[in-house]
Design a protein around this ligand. Structure first.
Ligand SMILES: Cc1cc2ncn([C@H]3O[C@H](COP(=O)(O)O)[C@@H](O)[C@H]3O)c2cc1C
Ligand SMILES: O=C(O)c1cccnc1
Length: 351
């Protein structure tokens, strides 16, 4: 049922209260349904198709030794993901999501599709072969930033064309936890709170990563705008992700965020257009120390907290699955009247 006025939240709560369960007993699943109803302007909301977009790109900051893994893993993991072998493939399959891999800025040329034979859609949108090492130069030019944001917005259009009611953003890029920490430190969080072990660096490397990020943020002394931060301290994949989130505005599509890198990109998008918060969900809270404080600052309550720290959209898929279960309940449950079940004697919720 489509709503004509801004009453979809209230109508959704009335619908939930009419179902054969104690009032409010589906807890946060009800909150998710109410938010979905508002985003779709539809009571009850529907989730017909779901799409995960994994944004891949290389990060010049890896030259400073901030990751445990070599940068070529980004390219290799894109091939692995297109062949179906990554964690994102397993979880997307398990939760019924379609997956598309986006080459936003991987260093290295991929073979043509005839040779690659990708099992998933591969969106070739490379802005450049890896972003600049932001400890000594801007991550990208203003022109590249604009192209990355535009490409991301066009992917939001793709999501609508594909018929997705729910999308998720995932990341694949060695060094991206350093980039995320730099963006958020530049935005005003402390490096101490934002820099963590990523793929599992040791104490000495963590110390170097923290010092590198502090120095880079001071070096650029960037104005606190989403665009300026992405240009100086970001990366092609982060900028494209931010563009994707911005481009979802007004399309009635909800977006589930993944872990620390994706949330950093979303934070940049929110600095550019605060209204993006209206259609964002936090799929999970990752083990990276900075993730939860940033979600708190964005007013987002993570659906699950499973100590995951993988990326690729894996946490978003699990959180998105929980949201979907709420929507399924709202669509499939009988009402008190329909099932001939007696309603409550009062109006109050017990909890
Ligand atoms: C095999 C492999 C698969 C991954 N899938 C996601 N990431 C995640 O870990 C990386 C970020 O951590 P850091 O900033 O420490 O490099 C990114 O590639 C991110 O997508 C992976 C990392 C590896 C090694
Ligand atoms: O929080 C995440 O999503 C994350 C953490 C470590 C490495 N890659 C991603």
């Amino acid at each position: 049922m489509r709503q004509n006025s801004g009453d979809s939240e209230q109508q959704m709560q009335v619908h939930l209260d009419s179902l054969t369960k104690p009032k409010g007993s589906l807890g946060k699943l009800e909150t998710y349904c109410v938010r979905m109803a508002k985003i779709q302007n539809r009571v009850p909301p529907v989730i017909r198709k779901k799409g995960l977009y994994v944004f891949a790109g290389d990060h010049g900051i890896t030259a400073q030794g901030v990751s445990l893994y070599p940068p070529e893993v980004t390219y290799q993991m894109v091939i692995n993901m297109l062949s179906g072998g990554a964690a994102a493939n397993a979880l997307a399959g398990g939760c019924g999501w379609e997956l598309a891999v986006v080459d936003a800025g991987v260093a290295g040329d991929f073979p043509p599709d005839e040779e690659l034979k990708p099992k998933h859609r591969f969106l070739r949108m490379k802005i450049g072969p890896g972003s600049g090492d932001f400890s000594r130069q801007p991550a990208m030019s203003r022109g590249e930033l604009e192209r990355a944001l535009e490409a991301g917005k066009s992917i939001a259009g793709d999501a609508e064309t594909q018929g997705y009611d729910l999308v998720a953003a995932g990341d694949m890029g060695i060094g991206n936890t350093a980039t995320a920490a730099a963006l958020l430190t530049g935005a005003g969080f402390t490096a101490e709170a934002m820099v963590d072990r990523g793929t599992g660096i040791d104490e000495a490397t963590l110390e170097r990563k923290r010092a590198t990020i502090k120095q880079a943020v001071e070096f650029h002394n960037t104005p606190k705008s989403g665009e300026a931060l992405l240009e100086k301290l970001g990366s092609y994949d982060m900028a494209m992700m931010a563009g994707f989130i911005l481009g979802l505005s007004g399309r009635g599509i909800a977006c589930v965020l993944d872990g620390f890198p994706v949330t950093a990109a979303a934070y940049m998008a929110r600095m550019i257009a605060p209204g993006v918060s209206d259609y964002l969900f936090a799929g999970h809270s990752s083990k990276v120390r900075g993730h939860k404080p940033v979600l708190d600052a964005m007013g987002l309550d993570p659906v699950v907290s499973l100590d995951m720290h993988l990326g690729e959209g894996t946490g978003a898929l699990i959180g998105g699955h929980v949201i979907e279960l709420g929507v399924i309940a709202a669509n499939e449950m009988a009402s008190f009247a329909g099932a001939g079940v007696s309603g409550s004697s009062g109006d109050e919720e017990a909890y």
